[in-house]
Write a protein that binds this ligand. Structure first.
Ligand SMILES: *Cc1c(COP(=O)(O)O)cnc(C)c1O
Length: 365
């Protein structure tokens, strides 16, 4: 099983990262762990553009996405879920499953979240929180987080919960400057770590709110995270191997320079986009709102995408994505997140061309 992932998560993990994970275990209540935890905080805070703590959760991103809802929405108050794709749609379902009064603000998949529509909803009052997905990975659509946060800041009682799972470290997302209260990301997207770790930075305002909410549960309780954070620890035994990997990745990012990392992602994203558009495909998301972490293309030429991926995997040792959920077969997605270079992207595109040339076109439905 040796193939390289160009799906939008999980993505390829470097040998350096894999080796970083293969270190001996330390006790999670030991001074060695405290040293490890405290050594990565400043670098994490720098990448989050925040003075707030960055909690480390042993879970996938959904753990803290659900946890955030449970922490900051009081009984009798509402949460506004901005929905424009599979992940943001699901957040509405998750909010309801947490027993919260969840208001759905729906846009077509591939359309960005409209700031004016967010203002119109929040103006109705009674909201404790809003959920926004910066980069809707399912359809490769990136909303204008600056414009959205400018609206949310007009409502100081509303806690802004922002998922940057697939955009974190792809471009700067200035948490404190934008007024984001809860910023969430996961390990297996642009950080190019194996899955299993979520990172979450929480403002004082969100923490104070959490202290007022009684049914926060335990595992994702922000108050519990904060109490342990102050000791350089996590509430329960964390995935220490992944924290070793995170430390190694933070070193990589520092060595490259964050600005260079952002520029590299933008450049490679454009390389893929230009190449595939030149073959006659169209971009799926609305013009001007394409993601910088991946490209989601419409399958307007009607290629047999499962045949394409089969060829890519068996003959070229790589895998792209054939469409998420209801977009399966109708779109395909190619990731440019993580450690990709001009060379690896060029090799992937060469393989894509060769595989496409032998892929059948399906009869029109
Ligand atoms: C991948 C992804 C998630 C889900 O992450 P898990 O780690 O599977 O919980 C949520 N939001 C976005 C935008 C994603 O890309």
């Amino acid at each position: 099983m040796s193939y390289k992932l160009f799906i939008p998560g999980p993505i390829a993990v470097s040998d350096k990262t894999l080796q970083a994970m293969a270190q001996g275990m330390i006790g999670h209540r030991s001074p060695d762990f405290v040293k490890l935890y405290e050594s990565i905080q400043p670098d994490l805070q720098e990448l989050f553009y925040t003075k707030d703590p960055v909690y480390i959760s042993t879970s996938s991103a959904w753990g803290v996405m659900e946890g955030a809802i449970r922490n900051v929405v009081r009984p009798g108050k509402k949460v506004l879920n901005c929905m424009n794709g599979a992940f943001s749609d699901k957040w509405n379902d998750v909010s309801k499953r947490c027993g919260k009064e969840a208001v759905a603000l729906k846009f077509d998949w591939g359309q960005p979240v409209d700031p004016a529509a967010v203002r119109a909803e929040l103006d109705k009052g009674g909201f404790d929180a809003v959920t926004i997905i910066h980069n809707e990975t399912s359809c490769g659509c990136m909303s204008d987080i600056d414009a959205l946060m400018a609206v949310v800041r007009e409502f100081p009682e509303v806690i802004a919960i922002v998922d940057t799972v697939s955009s974190f470290s792809v471009l700067p997302i200035k948490k404190d400057e934008l007024g984001i209260d809860v910023l969430i990301t996961g390990s297996q997207k642009a950080l190019a770590l194996p899955p299993g770790l979520a990172l979450c930075s929480v403002s004082k305002k969100a923490l104070d709110r959490a202290a007022e909410v009684t049914d926060r549960g335990y595992y994702f309780d922000f108050v519990e995270f904060q109490a342990n954070h102050e000791k350089g620890m996590t509430p329960s035994t964390p995935t220490i191997a992944l924290i070793y990997a995170l430390k190694s990745k933070l070193e990589d990012i520092k060595a490259e320079g964050a600005a260079n990392r952002y520029a590299r992602h933008a450049r490679l994203n454009k390389t893929v986009k230009d190449h595939v558009l030149a073959k006659g495909f169209k971009l799926f998301p609305k013009d001007g709102y394409g993601s910088l972490a991946l490209n989601c293309f419409a399958n307007n030429l009607n290629y047999d995408l499962s045949a394409l991926n089969k060829t890519l995997k068996s003959k070229h040792g790589l895998v792209i994505d054939g469409g998420y959920g209801k977009l399966k077969g109708k779109t395909f997605r190619i990731s440019n997140m993580g450690d990709e270079t001009d060379e690896t992207i060029a090799a992937m595109l060469k393989a894509f061309d060769a595989a496409l040339a032998e892929t059948p076109v399906l009869p029109a439905a």
